[in-house]
Design a protein around this ligand. Structure first.
Ligand SMILES: C[S@@+](CC[C@H](N)C(=O)[O-])C[C@H]1O[C@@H](n2cnc3c(N)ncnc32)[C@H](O)[C@@H]1O
Length: 244
């Protein structure tokens, strides 16, 4: 592979795919699609449907997504996982004649809480990289609720559920957007003054939204999240918290 394109595809709505993204999907010669295991076929299917709808003529090559080793400390676990994903890409392409750009369809934007770029850096020989930006979960969330991302001249902290749980409310923060939270970490905050805007399956037919004072909306979100996760077998959610 001499050229690798990371195409941001947005968060599940076909309309999130930009004209540049659609053209790149059409121009790619091979598309690598991750298989994430039982119960997560929806996402692989959605990627393929978007590629087909955009007019892809590329060969589709699937690779099994490695799983993280829970026995390792967090940083080592992630680094090892990235090594294994790079190896899985290379194994999937071994013996395959590639006569043009290889593409990966990246959820949201490739630069936001996504490690595809870090994984691509592990490839040897290093391919030429091209990144096509996509609509992020942050944009899908604020648009779905019709709220601004920031207050006038205000800062925004974007963080993960893990950091919120481990370190609490970021010092001096006004607006905090939380991603990658499998555990409703807002529940660990003792901040009844916060407002929350929450969204799951943003941009998809299954989209669910909740908003309000954290003390009232928090329990509703926990209940809705657990029910939706049980129904679909997976969930992706993002929320924005704002201090008065
Ligand atoms: C690995 S990160 C990928 C972020 C992506 N690169 C982006 O630009 O939005 C996965 C996290 O993104 C958020 N996310 C992605 N798609 C989402 C969706 N459709 N609805 C809600 N949150 C989503 C969730 O917080 C999820 O845990």
């Amino acid at each position: 592979m001499t050229e690798l394109w990371l195409i941001g595809i947005g968060t599940g709505h076909p309309g999130h795919l930009t004209l540049e993204g659609r053209q790149a999907i059409r121009d790619a010669r091979l598309i690598l699609v991750p298989q994430k295991g039982a119960g997560k076929e929806d996402l692989a299917d959605l990627r393929l449907a978007m590629a087909r709808e955009a007019g892809a003529t590329a060969r589709i090559v699937r690779f099994a997504m490695p799983v993280r080793d829970p026995a390792l400390p967090y940083q080592d676990r992630v680094a090892r996982w990235h090594d294994e994903i790079a190896e899985a890409w290379q194994a999937a392409l071994a013996g395959t004649e590639v006569d043009g750009p290889v593409a990966l369809l990246v959820w949201g934007d490739p630069g936001l809480y996504d490690s595809t770029l870090r994984i691509a850096e592990r490839l040897r020989p290093a391919p030429r990289l091209r990144v096509i930006p996509g609509i992020t979960a942050l944009q899908a969330l604020t648009a779905a609720h019709a709220i601004p991302f920031n207050t006038v001249n205000g800062p925004v902290t974007v963080t993960t559920g893990r950091r919120l749980r481990d370190h609490g409310w970021p010092e001096g923060a006004e607006t905090v957007v939380v991603m990658l939270d499998g555990a409703c970490s807002f529940d660990t905050l003792d901040r009844p003054d916060l407002q929350i805007w929450w969204g799951a399956y943003l941009g998809m037919a299954e989209q669910i939204l909740e908003a309000g004072p954290l003390a009232e909306a928090g329990p509703r979100i926990k209940e809705a999240r657990a029910a939706a996760r049980a129904r679909h077998g997976w969930i992706m959610d993002t929320y924005l918290l704002r201090a008065p």
